[in-house]
Write a protein that binds this ligand. Structure first.
Ligand SMILES: Cc1ncc(COP(=O)(O)O)c(C=O)c1O
Length: 353
């Protein structure tokens, strides 16, 4: 039996993505070839990547004339380095909301000065800093829109005149966002976009002009734009799954519907955490993430028993990150409300034991 998969990523993808990508491994679109063996310079792949780029812009409501879409390798982690190597000429601002922001900051320091504009470290990243004062002479301001590990999420983005750059790895395409506020966004595919192995980057063409440093080709956004994401052999299969997943998003009613479902799932689970005496949430309520829900079991309740009940009921991937402990339930787009209901039922039963 298929498990209810609440992993933080890689994680569950929509059934259509599993079905069509499995078929394409055998043969893609009656070409007599598997998706795994086609050339990245073939007409078929050109069709796939073009469609994937168009879908990314369509979902984000961004204009082709203003934005470039790239599919790159190296994960979101590689973007920490690329962003700084391309655009950190003097000083950049970072908002530190947890582990991933800290990693981004560490990489940026190889290239220039970094100001930590605000940080939630004083309370173990259980909130999102607000009332942030931003000096205007930054090369860019970098945020992590959703804190996958601690379970916080920006529900309002900082206002800045500097270019705004976001690591959206764990909440891209999960909610309505004014993407045009951002100059560059990036996201590892393995949560809400597709199979691991590829990173989606959407950047403003104007931003490219701010690159002043001579950098190696593999790090250069301009190079990847010029080569249309084919500078090195791209992860053909992962990009295909991204295309399928973005098609699914639009077929499922687009971001409006996706957001509605995600809010419903998160409400259901947070409601149980708040009303069930056996559990408590970890983060400030107003900053809770709708993608990664973190919580703990109260004293006097037996976590071993809860784990056993979950495992017996095919619940998978809810162990909290090692730096936080407790539980983390990831509610990415492909997770159905029914799987959340099953988990909530178990939480209710657990409290009654
Ligand atoms: C917000 C965020 N940023 C970055 C990463 C790292 O991504 P990658 O493994 O693709 O480098 C993760 C991974 O979970 C993440 O959640």
């Amino acid at each position: 039996m298929k498990k209810y998969n609440f992993n933080a990523g890689p994680t569950a993808l929509p059934n259509d993505v599993f079905k069509f990508s499995a078929e394409a491994i055998k043969e893609i679109d009656k070409t007599g070839l598997s998706i795994l063996e086609i050339s990245h310079r073939s007409e078929k792949f050109s069709e796939i990547i073009t469609k994937a780029k168009d879908l990314a812009l369509e979902i984000s409501c961004l204009d082709k004339n203003e934005y470039e879409v790239l599919f790159l390798q190296g994960g979101a982690s590689h973007q920490y380095l690329m962003v700084a190597s391309n655009f950190l000429n003097n000083v950049a601002g970072y908002i530190n909301t947890g582990t991933w922001s800290e990693k981004a900051i560490a990489e940026a320091k190889y290239y220039g000065n970094v100001i930590e504009i605000a940080s939630s470290k004083n309370k173990n990243h259980t909130y999102i800093p607000n009332d942030i004062k931003i000096s205007e002479d930054l090369d860019y301001l970098h945020i992590t829109s959703n804190n996958t590990i601690f379970g916080t999420q920006f529900h309002k983005f900082p206002e800045t005149k500097s270019p705004l750059i976001a690591d959206m790895s764990s909440d891209i395409f999960s909610r309505k966002i004014n993407f045009s506020k951002f100059d560059l966004i990036y996201a590892g595919a393995q949560k809400n976009i597709g199979a691991a192995g590829v990173t989606l980057v959407i950047l403003k063409k104007e931003l490219l002009k701010k690159n002043k440093r001579k950098i190696p080709s593999i790090l250069s956004y301009q190079n990847h734009v010029d080569k249309q994401s084919l500078y090195n052999t791209p992860p053909v299969f992962s990009i295909y799954t991204c295309m399928l997943n973005m098609e699914w998003i639009l077929k499922s009613g687009g971001i409006d519907m996706i957001e509605k479902n995600n809010i419903e799932k998160a409400k259901l689970l947070y409601n149980e955490i708040d009303n069930n005496e056996a559990f408590h949430g970890f983060v400030k309520k107003s900053d809770r993430s709708n993608m990664n829900v973190t919580f703990g079991i109260n004293d006097n309740y037996n976590s071993e028993k809860f784990n056993e009940m979950c495992s017996k009921n095919n619940i998978h991937g809810i162990k909290g990150h090692r730096s936080v402990g407790g539980y983390r339930v990831s509610l990415y787009n492909a997770i159905s409300i029914d799987s959340v209901r099953i988990l909530v039922e178990i939480m209710k039963k657990f409290n009654k034991i």
